[in-house]
Design a protein around this ligand. Sequence first.
Ligand SMILES: Cc1ncc(COP(=O)(O)O)c(C=O)c1O
Length: 335
Amino acid sequence: MAVPPRYPLALCPTPILKLDRLSRQLGVELYLKRDDLTGLLESGNKVRKLEFLVGEAAAEGADTLISCGTLQSNCCRAVSAVAARLGMRAVLAVKGGKPATYDGNLLLDRLLGADIRYLSDAEFERVDEALDGLAEEVRQRGGRPYVIPESGSNEVGALGYLECAVELAGQIGQGAPRFDSVVITAFSGGSQAGLLMGKQLAGLPSDVVGVPIAFPAARVRDSIVRTMVKAITRFGLAIEVPKTIHLLDGYQGRGRAAVGDEELRVIAKLAAEEGVVLDPVYTAKAFAGLMDTLRKDPRALGQRVCFIHTGGIFSLFPFRESLSRLLDGEPSRHS
Ligand SMILES: Cc1ncc(COP(=O)(O)O)c(C=O)c1O
């Protein structure tokens, strides 16, 4: 089957910048690929995945995008923004109760006109059933649904990061540093799966390294392999699943939902020293893992390391209280 058409949504190629002060502190050349700048509302790694997911939705004649995630899901916000931009409807199944006041990504989802359904933890355990139910509801009303899985993570979404690897290889070909390692946050591992595919197709010379921020490394590895096998089988890609998939394990902390002072400190450090803001749930945890790895062994990932900043800035705002305390040097209430 052919690869779905790519619907142009992301602002790319995204810039690559050197983190000068951090590079000196860590004894490596550390760079950021600014995938947080792929857009404003339709941004981060999600919009690269959506170029192919929405391409497939449009090819099928869909008029409603259905997706799911946490209350502060970056994927749900990007889906809401893209749906509004394209004149489609967005229906979202989110995990959690309706808050008295909207904040961060959820506030944007509502502003962007998404239809939000709040699911209990138990209901979210069976989110695939909930998504099927929402699709049926749309059909009953005469609409044409297209379902996007959590984090946009399937073989179609992964094509967005296949293209990111192609983009990066092109940037290296045009004078960007020849990175020894490219490091990316791994929740489902869908983005890393895409990079691993693009690496082979485009001859990207760098090792592709993921930092799992929620699930055990073995689960992330399985999910990456499954996604690659599906893509290879479905789209007939002339690539192989690599024998080893490089993950920096041990940085999941207390899981995805829990954000501790360590992540908030990393956000504050990078913001004050380099003028870049990470998100608390995904990139701060992964970046903390990268810094810890390099502090223990500055050569662990080679001399030139590029971290892909996958966005998520809006989920910073619901952490305003813990961040305020941290910035003012007051004791934390949760550690
Ligand atoms: C900001 C951000 N970075 C990284 C990820 C992880 O992406 P993946 O599920 O492809 O591993 C997510 C996914 O939810 C995210 O929102």
